[in-house]
Design a protein around this ligand. Structure first.
Ligand SMILES: *Cc1c(COP(=O)(O)O)cnc(C)c1O
Ligand SMILES: [Zn+2]
Length: 412
């Protein structure tokens, strides 16, 4: 039933059959899934999509599996929230939040990529799944892997937020906390992946895994009434999500689900780890790796695998990039919560704070239909705002004590 034709090197174009491989043997370029879009165009109509359950598999012909999905059957189709109050504050007229803080089951957009990766891992016959993670992927592979009955090896930097580590441990994976940063964890995992026959979702399964990110883009278009936005702001770690949102919009045009595509794609990073945005701002194609130092740990990849491709998407679409300080991240997390009732993790703070700058600088226009990709839940990184919130009012258990406090509150 699948519409996948094979894998293709993004650099030299050499083609490969579908297999758990991720780099070109000839030029070491990354491999990308190729589809039969003519075939998909005939079958994947708006009516067909509309008739299906509200999860990411409603676009399954555009995802790289051959049979029926076996993982993430309830993931995706998160709300696209119209954000009028926030819009007014930050100076735009037509603003939406793609709210992946409520993705099933682990409250970040990583449930999308893991749903696809584990469905594919099962088709390949793997019994063990693994990942190198900045936090959310660990959480998601732990959960989907548990539900799917896989053995799980989860590699993380030992310095991750305590709440994220605990969230992963709840599912009892083999959690390997490495004394090193993400880039070191990733390097180690490449060695492990060469030696053991495991499905490393973001290494040997990466071409398939990454395709799951496209579902965020499909949903944005469907939820806007089959229209691509004028501007989309995407938090970037490896740069994969950003490239895949662009790919999803292009595919929707190619198969006739939208007529026009004029979206500008914007990358958002923390200043303490902004190799992609730095390249965009300097107008260069070469990504200079950095040592991450930011509270936005989920985005702390100093040597981003898809960084180059992200800069190309930004260029091709006419977008730009911005980076923000830890304080700006915290302020933006609080602003989003106060204005729209959405509590995002640090990556969400990065996205909103970057968007505010891009609007001020005129890269995003007041009238642009703008979507902010808010990709993870604030309950996962509570540490980030400890000491930066308002305090509770402590009272005695009697009415007098309460009313004394109420008086003070009203006098404020
Ligand atoms: C992983 C992640 C991203 C983006 O990751 P890419 O590697 O750029 O695809 C964005 N937000 C959150 C919360 C994440 O966990
Ligand atoms: Zn190649």
């Amino acid at each position: 039933m699948g519409y996948v034709q094979g894998l293709k090197c993004r650099e030299c174009g050499r083609e490969y059959p579908v297999a758990p491989v991720y780099v070109c043997e000839f030029c070491f370029g990354p491999l990308e899934v190729v589809y039969d879009y003519e075939g998909i165009k005939k079958i994947l109509t708006k009516e067909k999509i509309f008739s299906r359950p509200q999860n990411l598999w409603r676009y399954k012909e555009l995802l790289p599996i051959d049979g029926e999905p076996t993982s993430g059957l309830y993931s995706g189709f998160t709300p696209l929230v119209r954000a009028d109050k926030l819009a007014k504050i930050i100076g735009v007229k037509n603003l939406y939040i793609k709210d992946d803080t409520v993705t099933h089951p682990t409250l970040s957009f990583k449930d999308r990529v893991v749903a696809v990766a584990l469905s594919k891992a099962r088709e390949f016959g793997f019994d063990t799944v693994a990942c190198a993670s900045t936090g959310n992927l660990a959480h998601s592979v732990s959960a989907h892997g548990a539900a799917g009955g896989f053995k799980r090896f989860i590699f993380i930097p030992a310095s991750l937020e305590r709440s994220k580590i605990i969230a992963s441990l709840a599912y009892e994976p083999n959690l390997i906390a490495v004394d090193g940063n993400y880039d070191e964890v990733n390097r180690l995992c490449s060695e492990v992946a060469n030696k053991y026959r495991w499905a490393f979702v973001n290494i040997n399964i990466r071409p398939f895994y990454a395709e799951g990110s496209k579902t965020q883009g499909y949903e944005i278009v469907e939820q806007l009434g089959w229209k691509a936005p004028d501007a989309v702001v995407v938090p970037s770690a490896s740069g994969s999500l950003l490239t895949k949102i662009w790919k999803s919009f292009k595919e929707m045009k190619q198969i006739g689900l939208i007529d026009e595509l004029n979206t500008k794609v914007f990358s958002a990073q923390a200043t303490g780890c902004s190799p992609i945005v730095a390249a965009i701002k300097q107008g260069v194609d070469v990504i200079k790796p950095v040592k991450p130092d930011t509270i936005a740990k989920s985005l702390a990849i100093g040597n981003p695998a898809d960084g180059y491709y992200a800069t190309q998407v930004v260029k091709e679409s006419g977008g730009f990039g911005e980076d923000v300080s830890d304080q700006e991240i915290i302020d933006a997390i609080k602003l989003l919560a106060r204005a729209e009732g959405i509590f995002a993790e640090t990556a969400g703070g990065v996205t909103l704070a970057s968007a505010i700058k891009l609007i001020k600088e005129g890269y995003i226009k007041e009238n642009s239909l703008t979507v902010l990709c808010i990709t993870g839940n604030g309950l996962k990184t509570k540490e980030a705002i400890v000491g930066h919130t308002v305090e509770p009012y402590y009272i005695q258990p009697n009415l007098r004590s309460f009313e004394e406090t109420l008086k003070k509150i009203n006098e404020k």
